[in-house]
Design a protein around this ligand. Structure first.
Ligand code: NAD
Length: 337
């Protein structure tokens, strides 16, 4: 917090629709007089000592400010690029990815009262990036599960359940098949649960969880779901589908010191630069960020304006069945502040 009473927050605008949806957040925050100054940084990778890496200024900015809001970063496939998203998560040890998925009042979907809470392990598992060719035509990819990373995210999940008032934590797994890796995750979950006697604990197979959530998500409304990396990636997109799609789901990458908030969706190259993107997911991520920073009044005010705009249904973007451009939606939210 500076001497002017404002908090400095790092802004990574990102690729594709990133700059358009970041602008919406900036416009709405300034209209709502949120006491934040943005420090925009470029994370375009640079070649440093023969390796591509995030520019040092970007790393310094997040380290200094502790909090960042991030647009989507595109990862080109098959060109030897390291995922910048993974690099950021590793650099700042952002070990837990919190993905709430809540129905938007007034926006009609098959289920009205979805209120899912999902925590994804964010540093290892299937995303360890350890892949190699065994012989021509045979590749191997290693799913790494460690006691340290599992215990850290599981402890976070129980603490999160306690903090948000959910009585149950459920580990989602495939320990029937991946007996050692998911088996370890599950056994650590049981151990950690003993330290949280007020929170009940159980476990569910991933396939069963998918079937049950799409059949009726409401029994999950008092549960915090916690799972290894890839399962969380897929399950959270599936849950996003239940409430109206990727344009609506926020997330927070939480670390020991720094936290980076971002939408669940990617850079949407198909609609980039056309002013068609739905900025709600990034806006709701920025609201998670404000709550994390303790700026709850501003968070509530902006959230209420977003929900009002969506419920009115007159100025919504194409992904939700409307005709509004990103900037028109932003103007409607500002009017509703
Ligand atoms: P995507 O999420 O970018 O797009 C999937 C579909 O959803 C597209 O049809 C897109 O138009 C639509 N969509 C997504 N966000 C939207 C929004 N806010 N408003 C309206 N429509 C929206 O997924 P993809 O096409 O698989 O990935 C594109 C790029 O994004 C890839 O390079 C990928 O690596 C990257 N990506 C980045 C992140 C991140 O930075 N956290 C996450 C996922 C994907």
């Amino acid at each position: 917090k500076g001497s002017d009473g404002k908090y400095m927050v790092t802004m990574i605008e990102g690729d594709g629709i990133g700059p358009e949806i970041s602008q919406t957040v900036k416009d709405i925050f300034s209209a709502a007089n949120v006491p934040i100054k943005w420090e925009s940084v470029d994370v375009t990778p640079r070649l440093i000592d023969g390796k591509t890496s995030i520019p040092q200024e970007a790393i310094d900015s997040v380290t200094r400010n502790y909090v960042a809001l991030k647009g989507p970063l595109a990862t080109p496939i098959g060109k030897g690029h390291v995922s910048l998203n993974l690099t950021l998560r590793r650099t700042f040890n952002l070990f837990a990815n919190v993905r709430p998925c809540k129905s938007i009042a007034g926006y009609k979907t098959p289920y009205d009262n979805v209120d899912l809470s999902l925590i994804r392990e964010n540093t290892e598992g299937e995303y360890s990036g350890i892949e190699h060719v065994v012989v021509d035509g045979v590749v191997q990819s290693i799913k790494l599960i460690t006691r340290a990373a599992s215990e850290r995210v599981l402890r976070f999940a129980f603490q999160y359940a306690q903090d948000v008032g959910r009585p149950k934590v459920r580990a989602v797994h495939k320990a029937t098949i991946m007996k050692m890796s998911d088996g370890l995750f599950l056994s650590i979950a049981r151990e950690v649960s003993k330290d949280f006697p007020n929170i009940s604990f159980d476990a569910e197979l991933l396939d069963n969880a998918c079937l049950k959530i799409v059949s009726d998500p409401t029994p999950y409304n008092d549960v915090v779901l916690v799972m290894p990396n890839l399962y969380g990636d897929i399950l959270s997109d599936m849950c996003a589908g239940l409430i109206g799609g990727l344009g609506l789901t926020p997330s927070g990458n939480i670390g020991d010191e720094c936290s980076i908030f971002e939408a669940v969706h990617g850079s949407a190259p198909d609609i980039a630069g056309k002013g068609l993107a739905n900025p709600t997911a990034l806006l709701l991520s920025s609201i998670m960020m404000l709550q994390h920073m303790g700026l709850t009044q501003h968070a509530d005010q902006i959230q209420a304006a977003i929900f009002k705009t969506l419920a009115e249904g007159k100025t919504i973007t194409g992904d939700l069945g409307g005709k509004a451009k990103t900037a028109e939606y932003a103007a409607a939210v500002i009017k509703n502040l």
